[in-house]
Ligand binder design. Sequence first.
Ligand code: ADP
Length: 480
Amino acid sequence: MNFLETVPTGLLIGGEWREADDASRFVVEDPATGDPLAYVADAGAAEMAAALDEAAKAQEAWAATAPRWRSELLRAAYEEVVRRAEDFALLITLEMGKPLAESRGEVRYGAEFLRWFAEEAVRIGGRWSQSPEGTTRLLTMKEPVGPTLMITPWNFPLAMATRKIAPAIAAGCTMVLKPAEQTPLTSLAFAELLRSVGLPAGVLNVVTTTRAAEAITPLLQDSRLRKLTFTGSTAVGKRLMAQASDQLLRVSMELGGNAPLLVFADANIDRAVEGAMIAKMRNVGQACTAANRLLVHESVAAEFGARFAAAMAAQRMGRGTDPDVQVGPLIDERAREKVARLVSDAAAHGAQVLTGGSVRTGAGYFFEPTVLTEVGDHAITREELFGPVAPISTFVSDDEAVAMANATEYGLASYVFSENMSRILNVVEGLQFGMVGVNQGVVSNAAAPFGGIKHSGFGREGGAEGIEEYLATKYVGIAP
Ligand code: ADP
């Protein structure tokens, strides 16, 4: 493929592509075949520090650029991603494994952050007020937080990058991006795209590494860094947050989830099955918003379970570049082993397998779409599954459903299927989650504040809230 050969594989530091200091590289592989796709520069702490040098140097001039100019740069990037949507979709499929149709969806979603924050860049406001005693005027204004370290995961290689980069550009922050080692190519191609539409040198630096902790720990001690935004596992997020306390960084954390999907007796079962398929199978379940636990009213559990299992069994599994394929592989062997372990543990504790349940032998990290019933309180309902496995449990009352949904340390996404508005409102108010999808299996939207509570983290990405994460408030007291 020509486009793959044009993707940069070096480090982007100060507007130049360069090698790691010791010229080392690591392999990026196609998870559907295990074949190598590219070899990417493997940086250490010194290159990370060089990237921050450039981000710090560029910050003042970048913050002084006109909002309209930053807005139009984002708009140009949006147009360019849309124009090259097929290239990006193929790249995402190759390095991450999801089917092409889903990759096209991610390109549309990822591009939308560029368009949305192009519109937000020129709406950064402030306030003018009077002190209550009338003696002072209060001017409240917003300024960019400053150089930001962005750490992204592998499951949405484009959207996780644009969701952070676009608001930072809109706000006027410079950046060091460390993409996931499994899927760095999309970020590298996107960084080159930003360069091609005129992003100034040093504003976005991209450093790829297989030694994340070693490369990043010293960076978090550097007083020039002002913000850390992380999307990834709760365990790593907690460690990074502790490290970020040394320099009192502004922190945004988008961590793991254990989303419940509630199907009430009055739900439209067609919509519930369709929504559950999306909430469960988007990205083969490898999303922090993925429905991890299906909680179904006992009166509709048999019907819902049979229809949902039939839909799962009908999914075509294979390499994502094949146009008929609906289910791709998991990201790597470690991910597949975890899913297999959770399923066999549940089966050993009495869970019934309605469909699937096994790894597919041969090349690639495939696991069959799986539906389990009679699942008790085991690891499979407590841990984040990150795979194509749906454990179904039943409930009797609304209160029980909400209590079961909330019985997790996580609080990211949740889903409710019901046709009764007062029930929906009661349940939504009882759910301890940052996001609720009502009669729909997807919550992601560039115009909405994405984020969680509890062990799913804090901070919001997208919506009117998204840009605030990159802005600091300054107030000026003025004697009239
Ligand atoms: P996952 O298990 O889904 O890969 P991780 O939290 O391990 O989630 O990874 C998310 C991102 O965090 C990746 O870019 C990864 O390289 C990075 N990462 C992992 N460990 C560390 C660490 N100790 N310090 C900084 N970044 C890390």
